[in-house]
Design a protein around this ligand. Structure first.
Ligand code: FES
Length: 102
């Protein structure tokens, strides 16, 4: 059964980078995008990279390993070798806390 879980205080959200969060065994990336706060499983869908180590420009995250590009707002894979979309996680802000639906 999924539920909303506290993930990150809003004040800890990075602006110019993906913010890494670990919940249990899940490695998650939270993004402060131009369309609001989004979250995804942090592992690249192409290989073994953690996207939190990549380059984030406010809309897209570039994988640090082979420069695959994902839209951090939708999870869409936008440039090879990334082909499979990111697994997004529903996110919301409650008071001063970012919560994820997991
Ligand atoms: Fe991310 Fe290859 S591991 S593009």
């Amino acid at each position: 059964e999924k539920s909303w879980q506290d993930a990150l205080p809003l004040t800890d959200l990075l602006k110019a980078d993906a913010t890494p969060v670990t919940l249990g065994t899940r490695e998650i990336a939270i993004f402060d995008t131009s369309d609001g706060i989004t979250a995804a499983y942090a592992r690249c869908t192409h290989g073994a990279a953690n996207l939190c180590d990549g380059y984030f420009n406010g809309t897209h995250i570039e994988c640090p390993l082979h420069q695959g590009l994902f839209d951090a707002r939708t999870g869409a894979a936008n440039a090879a070798p990334a082909r499979v979309p990111l697994r997004m996680i529903e996110a919301r802000v409650q008071g001063e806390m970012i919560q994820l639906f997991l």
